[in-house]
Design a protein. Structure first.
Length: 124
């Protein structure tokens, strides 16, 4: 397979790095554990989340271990918007949204093998 940094650049998913050479070296020499966060501030993902999910999948396919963080604690404080006040969400509502988002993310990742994905909830 192609170098994962080259792959991400080719797809327009890599713009800046503080030390690209060091990043390439680490990603090429050993598996890296990384996380990507998804805030449950609505009952469903939107198409914009697909970019994140597929990027996580590509990194996993390159041998790295993803932690998919569905932020149950973060979801309680609502979605920040510059034009509105945050809406505090009920814990029961957020718990339902967390489960829905988890089910939407899970099919894209592998939860088996040496670089098995882990689903994490920051409320835990």
């Amino acid at each position: 397979m192609t170098d994962i940094v080259d792959e991400l650049k080719w797809r327009g998913l890599f713009a800046l790095s503080t030390d690209e050479d060091a990043l390439r070296k680490v990603l090429a020499n050993r598996p890296v554990t990384f996380y990507c966060g998804f805030d449950p501030t609505a009952p469903s993902q939107h198409v914009g989340h697909l970019v994140q999910v597929l990027t996580v999948r590509r990194l996993q396919q390159a041998g790295h271990r993803p932690l998919a963080l569905v932020g149950g604690a973060t979801g309680l404080i609502g979605d920040p918007r510059p034009t509105a006040v945050r809406t505090l969400n009920a814990p029961e509502t957020v718990a339902r949204w967390v489960e829905k988002l988890r089910r939407q993310i899970e099919p894209f990742l592998s939860f088996e093998g040496t670089n098995a994905a882990v689903m994490v909830n920051n409320l835990d």
